[in-house]
Every structure is written in C-alpha cells, then in structure tokens.
Design a binder for this molecule. Structure first.
Ligand SMILES: C[S@@+](CC[C@H](N)C(=O)[O-])C[C@H]1O[C@@H](n2cnc3c(N)ncnc32)[C@H](O)[C@@H]1O
Length: 241
C-alpha cells in the first residue's frame, strides 16, 4: 500500500515500528548530543524526540529530558525504550507540534537532532520553529540542531534509486533541486511511506537564525566537531540573544 499525501504525523505513525531498525546505523550523533546535555546540566528539551534514539541516552547519562513529538506512535516507542533502559522517570514525553511546543518550562538546552527541522516546508515555518525553540531557553541557553544541504554528487548517486538501507528496509531519495525538496520514501514489505525534507543553504540558515533572535556560536561540519567547511552536514550551536 502506498501512502504519499498523509500529514507528517500520520506518516511517522506508519513507520514508527521500523524507525529504529531503519535508523540503526545512525549513531555518530548520539555522543555529541549527550555531551551537549551534560555540559548544559539539563533539563533538556528535545523537539521531535521520535522514539527516543537521542533522549534515552541523555537520560541514561542522568539528565532529564522533556521530549515533544507530533506522532503518538513514535512517542509510544520512546516511552517503552525509556522503560527498558530504566530511565522512564527522567523522560517526560509530550504530544505536540514543535512550532508550538507544550512546554511552559525554561531550560538551558533545546535540541532538535537528525534533521527534523527540515520537515518545516517553508522558510516561514522554519522561522516559526526556531522562534518556538528560542522561547524555551533560559538566559544564555543554547539551541543545538543539525541539518543538511545535499551535494551534487549525493543527488547524482542516489536520485530515484531504491537502496537497501537495512535488511528488508529500502529507501529511495527523489531530489527536486528547484524546490529544494528531498522526497524520502521508505519501503518495508509492501508498505511505502514518503515524506518531504526541505533544505536551505548555510547562509540562509544563518539569516533565519538571526531573524529568530539567535547568535551562532559555532557551526560544525560533523559530530566529531570539525568546523563546517561547506560540506553537506551542518550542526548549529546557537545562543539566544
Ligand atoms: C527523523 S525523526 C527524528 C527523531 C529523533 N529526534 C531522532 O533523532 O531519532 C523526525 C521526527 O519529527 C517528528 N515531527 C515531524 N514534524 C513535527 C512537528 N511539526 N512537531 C513535532 N514533531 C514533528 C516526527 O514525528 C518524527 O518523530
């Protein structure tokens, strides 16, 4: 069955059961975000917390996390992962939209890992999300997130091809350089789910971050803290002005 035009919430509900197997190889960011959380002292808000891939390791490091996500199914997996890890009391999961998060608390660190901000379709939506993140921060608090902007080589290599990302889980990238949208399809069995990721260039991110009231402390090019040098990946560490 093919599902292309459902709202994002429903799309992530549909892939919640394969999200962890699908993202199994994505481990390079976990230590980075745990270090950020430890340095902040917590508590931490994770916007688009998903199945707790990052939030559970942060909680295991002893830092409490408020996790917001629009998908009840993804949150169900996060709750069970926290229970299995014995850190359920450190993980406060809330159903909601990251553009209007149900979080009255103010914290020293807000994070939005694994390119989740690219689910915001337009620059205006991204600005709305950034302003929401900023509103959650204490004075001198930090917002840390990662995104990407594809290289021509990556587009050339992957466009329109089904690739077996994990056993029995296939992924296909359809790139539209005009609208700067990646339509990412995930197939498991007969089920195909497609969602959009909408990228910006680094200068455009800097512009929208400035508009949202952030100063950028540093932009890394990877989670090993190498400086950003025009590569695909960008990790922004920002401070509320
Ligand atoms: C790529 S996953 C990232 C999950 C987790 N942060 C991680 O690193 O594995 C993207 C998540 O964003 C959530 N999401 C998408 N749009 C959202 C929105 N407007 N508000 C809240 N969550 C949203 C989805 O439900 C999904 O769980």
């Amino acid at each position: 069955m093919t599902t292309c035009n459902l709202p994002l919430l429903a799309l992530y509900d549909r892939i919640a059961s394969i999200y962890d197997p699908w993202s199994r190889s994505v481990t390079e960011d976990v230590g980075f975000y745990v270090e950020q959380a430890l340095a902040s002292g917590g508590p931490v808000v994770e916007l688009a917390v998903g199945t707790g891939r990052i939030a559970v390791p942060i909680a295991r490091a002893g830092i409490s996390v408020i996790g917001v996500d629009a998908s009840p199914e993804m949150l169900g997996f996060a709750r069970r992962a926290a229970e299995s890890a014995g850190v359920a009391e450190l993980l406060d999961l809330r159903l909601g939209d990251l553009r209007d998060p149900p979080v009255p608390e103010r914290v020293p660190l807000v994070i939005c890992p694994f390119r989740s901000l690219l689910h915001m379709e337009t620059e205006d939506e991204k600005l709305r999300a950034l302003r929401a993140a900023r509103s959650l921060l204490e004075a001198d608090g930090h917002f840390v997130f990662d995104v990407f902007s594809p290289s021509p080589e990556d587009i050339e290599e992957t466009d329109g091809r089904w690739l077996e990302r994990e056993p029995e889980i296939f992924e296909r990238a359809d790139w539209d350089e005009g609208t700067r949208t990646l339509s990412l399809s995930i197939r498991s069995g007969d089920d195909v789910t497609t969602f959009g990721l909408h990228w910006l260039s680094a200068p455009e991110w800097l512009h929208v971050l400035d508009e949202a009231g952030f100063d950028v402390d540093v932009v890394y090019g990877w989670f090993d803290l190498r400086p950003f040098n025009g590569e695909e990946d960008m990790i922004f560490v920002c401070k509320a002005r």
